[in-house]
Design a protein around this ligand. Structure first.
Ligand SMILES: Cc1cc2nc3c(=O)[nH]c(=O)nc-3n(C[C@H](O)[C@H](O)[C@H](O)COP(=O)(O)OP(=O)(O)OC[C@H]3O[C@@H](n4cnc5c(N)ncnc54)[C@H](O)[C@@H]3O)c2cc1C
Length: 303
């Protein structure tokens, strides 16, 4: 047994890996080409409970420990489609984290529960064309008018930005307060005034990374999540998990690439030998394996 994973974890890893091989891998080439992940696979993920591993049983989740999430992320990287993996984890850990932490009971029933079953897909809209790292510098606004907020502005690089059913949107309710004036809203995709364009990327092609415009989008005040003007601390708190997720994605993808390379080196014959027998290449692989182990251990310790 490993220091971090129990037998139950290992069992989950094996069954999820088998599921991905059977249900996902046969479709990856098509989704990479079309840039559209078909709905049936979201629903299958939901049926199997994969979107709910980290969420309360009350809303249909399984409330399992964070190492199940580590396995979920690691195994997703093994299907050889960064875009497919991104679509799944952006839904399950970017959009749904905000719903779970800031959403009230009504919002959780309407959006979190169907996100767990895979009936609704979400995206998280923070980054804007004018900047991503500088969250406090965002320019989108949400102005309160009676029982509504009116959202104006634009977002870019949004994973699941085109085909998702709802959007978790950060916008300034008090622009004069800078990063202390940001709030978070849940917005239905079909609200008038929202338009989205798919970006033509070099990689992650299965994932619909979108640019989204909000033109006088009117939403009920009940769509505010958590407290008004507390959006910046909410975003920063969740960045901790999101950064860990990106770290795990990176080590898992590197591990898969290294395994792929080692197999290639065993198969490829040059000067009458498999190239895996050349000492200079073996040194390189040993160095990369050591680097990978350091990153992986760091991520496990952080988890
Ligand atoms: C495929 C893809 C999917 C994405 N999905 C989402 C999503 O679902 N939701 C979402 O909200 N965003 C998403 N993003 C946006 C992503 O979070 C931003 O790209 C990121 O925050 C960086 O912002 P930026 O691209 O505007 O770069 P900038 O913030 O303009 O940064 C440009 C460069 O300057 C560096 N830099 C910035 N500030 C500093 C500093 N203080 N000191 C030193 N260097 C600095 C950065 O490291 C970077 O190299 C996605 C991006 C991509 C590419």
């Amino acid at each position: 047994m490993s220091f971090y994973f129990t037998e139950e974890h290992d069992f989950f890893r094996k069954s999820f890996r088998d599921f991905l091989q059977k249900e996902v891998v046969p479709h990856i080439e098509k989704w990479e080409e079309t840039g559209h992940i078909e709905r049936f696979i979201w629903e299958k993920f939901g049926e199997m409970g994969y979107f709910g591993i980290n969420y309360p049983e009350k809303y249909g989740g399984m409330d399992l420990d964070l190492f199940y999430t580590v396995i979920f992320l690691e195994e997703l990287q093994r299907v050889n489609s960064g875009g497919f993996a991104a679509a799944m984890w952006a839904h399950a850990y970017l959009a749904m984290t905000h719903l779970n932490k800031e959403g009230n009971h009504k919002q959780k029933e309407k959006y979190l529960a169907p996100s767990i079953t895979g009936e609704k897909i979400g995206c998280l809209c923070i980054t804007e064309p004018f900047g991503g790292s500088d969250v406090g510098g965002m320019r989108s606004t949400a102005v309160k008018k009676g029982d509504s907020y009116i959202i104006n502005g634009s977002k870019t690089f949004i994973t699941n930005g085109v085909y998702s059913d709802y959007l978790i949107v950060a916008a300034k309710t008090s622009p004069e307060l800078g990063n202390k004036g940001i709030s978070i809203f849940v917005v239905d995709r079909d609200t008038p005034g929202i338009s989205a364009t798919k970006l033509d990327k070099l990689g992650w092609r299965a994932s619909d990374t979108g640019e989204i415009a909000f033109d006088n989008v009117e939403i009920p005040v009940g769509n505010l999540m958590g407290e008004e003007n507390k959006g910046f601390p909410y975003i920063m708190q969740h960045f901790a998990l999101e950064r860990l997720i990106m770290g795990i994605n990176a080590h898992a993808r590197s591990e898969w690439a290294l395994e792929y390379t080692i197999q290639y080196m065993k198969d490829r014959v040059c000067f009458v030998k498999p190239i895996s027998q050349f000492q200079a290449l073996r040194h390189k692989i040993a160095d990369l394996t050591a680097d990978l182990d350091v990153c992986k251990t760091y991520n496990y310790v952080t988890t």
